[in-house]
Design a protein around this ligand. Structure first.
Ligand code: ZN
Length: 194
């Protein structure tokens, strides 16, 4: 009986440690996101629509750049989005700045015609959060962008049960190829780390 009690105590301690580690990782991600985020939601009136309530369980990773001079400039990217009436919830700049462009509860127009792989769930915009990483087919994301992106997805996971983190090319194969030059394996590995 005594052995059992000791075992239970040890198990409880182990679970407690794991929980506090998770909590510490979540706090760290939250701190990184808070220190790098610029909130632009009040100035962006295109590419999204408000909804009373929606269920979110998917994060979609994209990449984008401005088809003009200074192609990695946030203002150019936003000008382009406005022209096509599209937007994502977040855009990660080359220096790791996280531009919050659409409130998470709103439906943002980032995915277009899409189907979640392995399911028949279409129109991924309605149940996802979209994140654009500014890069090009010849210049992939910077280390700072990966760092911000990992923290941002971890932070989002503290608010929603995210069952799928997917690439735009996963949900619109044949039509979309982004994110470009993206270390998908390394990124997913870092998402799993504490
Ligand atoms: Zn995309």
């Amino acid at each position: 009986m005594r052995h059992l009690s000791v075992l239970i105590l040890l198990l409880a301690a182990a679970v407690g440690t794991a929980c506090s580690q998770n909590q510490a990782a979540a706090n760290e991600a939250e701190d990184i996101v808070a220190s790098r985020t610029k909130d632009l939601t009040k100035t962006i009136n295109y590419g999204h629509r408000p909804v009373a309530k929606r269920d979110i369980d998917v994060v979609v990773i994209h990449s984008t750049y401005y088809l003009g001079p200074d192609s990695f400039n946030i203002d150019g990217v936003l000008k382009q989005f406005k022209r096509y009436d599209v937007c994502s919830h977040y855009i990660v700049g080359r220096d790791g700045t996280i531009y919050k462009t659409v409130a998470e509860n709103n439906v943002a127009y980032h995915a277009g015609v899409s189907t979640l792989p392995g399911t028949n769930r279409k129109n991924c915009n309605s149940f996802s959060i979209g994140i654009e990483v500014i890069c090009s087919p010849s210049q992939g994301p910077t280390d700072e962008q990966y760092n911000s992106l990992v923290a941002l997805v971890k932070d989002i996971k503290t608010r929603y049960t995210i069952n799928y983190v997917v690439r735009h090319s996963d949900i619109a194969p044949g039509r979309k190829t982004d994110p470009w030059r993206f270390d998908w394996k390394g990124f997913n590995q870092r998402l799993k780390e504490e």
